[in-house]
Design a protein around this ligand. Structure first.
Ligand SMILES: *Cc1c(COP(=O)(O)O)cnc(C)c1O
Length: 392
């Protein structure tokens, strides 16, 4: 099928929930993807910060193929070696001691909220304005953006929102019923918003003074995106609970909740479950992906290439008045424009570069961590061409 035929069938048979690009993808390798017509694109979206080890990484491919031939699913009525090995690996690379496996970011956040309520015996959750935590009823409630909630009420009670980066607002919002504060260490969908200096550290102190748990939603920031395995390590602040998904299994669907020993032990047999959670196929992909990040120096690549990319974007910022700001950490970068940037996404795609526009006017660059400096130069050249045209 060609692109047109695929788009026509999508229209006929798929619920039209996505504002998709007119592009049908067929293959990928490293930081490049090809459409069904065979055109290559440098991928600065990476499936929205998912393909951190690059497309079709041989270790992930082999792990999936080998596992699929043996055992795809068992249920959590039984143990598997793959699940305990991935749990041990995640504990080794994170500041936590216990893992629970599920299938997506929203599901991880739902579970983290349950865990916080079970551990504290309290119900209320403080979340941030401009945040994003997923699309289930509870996670759109936790999300601090009206557009995701509109038309889907009634929403569950127990959630309040405070401005991101404002410690005093959190202090004022905490009551004796507060179970946890839920925060993305760097806001992703909200437009790559970096926390003010010392904010996360102060937030942790504030939470602990008030017997409130701190939950980091690292669904987007996890697995090398910010230059360390987790943003909690980049910002040197250890939360009580971390939620993960996106890049955890190299593109294979999976989510996880990590917690301290004490908090994790609040879940007792029967408290929480997921039929597919931590299945052997997902865990095999997860082990391969996390080991690849660790053993192939991808954290260092994220830091070095991220700095290089950011500096190149800053030169663009200096050259064009249309650019309001360049910000980010590791390979989680945003370029804020003084106009909606959806059309720039189209222009870039026509030049052979995939980027995405978030928060209306922020071009988001979250490429595979294996992107090369040559590919980054290429992206910058095309961005330059597009901006010359837009300015002119
Ligand atoms: C993508 C994302 C989610 C939702 O993950 P899904 O797997 O789509 O449910 C939650 N939180 C953050 C910070 C995200 O970026």
């Amino acid at each position: 099928m060609n692109t047109e035929e695929i788009i026509a069938l999508d229209k006929d048979y798929v619920m039209q929930t996505y504002g998709r690009q007119p592009l049908a993808l067929k293959e990928g390798k490293g930081a490049v993807v090809w459409d069904v017509e065979g055109n290559p694109y440098i991928d600065c979206v990476a499936g929205i910060a998912v393909n951190n080890v690059g497309h079709a990484h041989p270790r992930v491919v082999e792990a999936i193929c080998q596992q699929a031939q043996k055992l795809i699913h068992t249920s959590n009525l039984y143990y598997t070696e793959k699940q305990v090995r991935l749990a041990k690996l995640l504990v080794e690379v994170s500041p936590h001691q216990k893992a629970f496996f599920c299938n997506s970011g929203a599901e991880a956040n739902e579970g983290a909220i349950k865990l916080a309520r079970k551990y504290t015996g309290k119900g209320d959750i403080i979340a941030m304005e401009n945040s994003f935590h997923g699309r289930t009823i509870t996670t759109i409630t936790a999300t601090g953006q009206h557009k995701y909630k509109k038309g889907f009420g009634p929403l569950p009670p127990g959630f309040t929102h405070v401005p991101y980066g404002n410690l005093e607002a959190v202090a004022e919002a905490i009551t004796e019923k507060t179970a946890a504060v839920l925060v993305e260490p760097v806001q992703g969908e909200g437009g790559i918003i970096i926390p003010p200096e010392g904010y996360l550290d102060d937030l942790k102190k504030l939470c602990h003074e008030n017997d409130v748990l701190l939950i980091f939603d690292e669904v987007q920031t996890g697995f090398g995106r910010t230059g360390e395995m987790f943003a909690s390590q980049t910002f040197k602040v250890t939360p009580d609970i971390t939620t993960l998904a996106k890049a955890i299994a190299g593109g294979f669907p999976m989510g996880a909740i990590l917690a301290s020993e004490e908090v994790g032990n609040a879940f007792q047999p029967g408290d929480h479950a997921a039929t597919f959670g931590g299945g052997p196929l997902a865990c095999a992909a997860g082990i391969a992906s996390v080991e690849t990040i660790r053993q192939e120096g991808l954290l260092q690549k994220s830091r070095e290439n991220g700095l290089y990319f950011k500096n190149e974007l800053k030169e663009i910022f200096q050259a064009y008045g249309l650019v309001e700001d360049v910000r980010g950490v590791g390979l989680m970068l945003g370029m804020e424009m003084d106009m909606p940037c959806a059309h720039m996404v189209d222009d870039m795609r026509e030049q052979g570069v995939l980027v995405n526009c978030t928060a209306d006017n922020v071009l988001r660059f979250v490429p595979p961590l294996v992107i090369t400096q040559e590919q980054i130069n290429n992206v910058i050249d095309h961005l330059d061409e597009v901006l010359v045209r837009v300015s002119g």
